[in-house]
Design a protein around this ligand. Sequence first.
Ligand code: ZN
Length: 486
Amino acid sequence: MATIIRGGAVLDLAGHRARPADILVEDDSIREIGPPGLPAPAAARTIDARDRLLIPGLVNAHTHSHGALARGLVPDAIPLEILLGYAGAVNGHRTLEDKYLSAQLSAIELLRKGCTACYDMFTEFPAPTTDGVHAVARAYRDVGVRAVVAPMMADLTLWQALPGLLASLPDDARRRVEGLRAAPAATSAATCRDILKAWPMDRGDVAPGLGPTIPLHCSDEFLTACRDLAREFDVGIQMHLAESRGQAVLGVEKYGTSLTAHLDALGVVGPRFSGAHAVWLDDDDVRRLSAAGASIAHNPMSNLRLGSGIARVRAMRQAGVRIGLGTDSASSSDTQNMFEAMRLCAYLSRVQTFDYREWITAEEAFRLATEGSADVLGMARIGRLAPGFKADVVFLDLSRTGWVPLNDALLQLVNGESGAAVDSVMVGGRLVLEHGRLLTVDEAKVRAEAERTAERLRTVNAESYALARAMADHVGAFCVRVAGRV
Ligand SMILES: [Zn+2]
């Protein structure tokens, strides 16, 4: 099966321009890119790309598909630790259909914003199930987005995880949460083994991974079990790493070393490991990540929304750490928009230093959002438009505001595009979005189901929300005290 994309312009990164070119696709991959008029097999299907800029599908190195159904429910102006207190409220009482639906919704948002692959730390409350992980994988396949689906897990509750938190609570508040328990490590590890033993899909489309969520929230026993599973089945392991200042301070209190050094000592940090956020790293942490061949997923929007800080992207790049860009979930950072992620990645580096030679450029940001993230996902043949790479192509409408006149394709893309110009998207040689219309699933049906489901979930989880709200100020006060410690 051959397809020829004619009349479009391919983004020329180094030249900052839109270079007129045709793309010949065979099966799921790019066969050839050449000047207009490129020869194609007689039976090839032709796609008209006139007035379109063709870029590789963006790759999201860190998100959470369960967040899609919880869009708008995370309160304004709260730090990460208060957000974590909402886990049960946001994720409780979800049926298998809800998990599938949330992942569909999330995947649709990604596609519509030009993103064709993601690393999904998807959670089930209270523990992962084989059926749940398979349902999420199916959702990605059905919508037509590549993904690494890594069940996000913890074997300690927030109340057990943060040293000193329980003791800091007033008696009546403490009594409400001290008896809560997370799923045992052995149970979650056994479920993961079952999932990894018989993965039902082509790993080039949807691959499994492991997501022990946060070092403090996982016992060493659980972390080493995940480490061993990742090695045995050769899959990725993603964790939230030193996301907040509180985590970094409490990590040193609990382990006597930094979080990264602790994970390194456990043998968790290696080429399969990716740390999401990686905001509070010192030079030694950065050296360790680099030496181990580990990667990080930089999530600038989420880090701003939750006041977590700004990751030292330039320092990590200089040290040779592999880096991808992510959005975090639709509940904690509101838009799964890789265009925003690119722009923030570039611009935030510019408030970290006056030395403009250290700033992240538009070209670097674009590479991080494509090749960089593809590397974090462990998918070697996505993230570039080049022969031999998967035909994951985003068609941007050059007649849209922001593209007229077309002076510098790269700067107008990274500094200006919001995703509004995404007109069509091809994944693996198959059009999944055509002139704004989703071809793979019935979007109106998904929307109706999402509204119905969200209403039901808000009702059945009302008590959990009330508890999270009642505890929020206590957690917040604890975090402010912790973050103030030197
Ligand atoms: Zn996250």
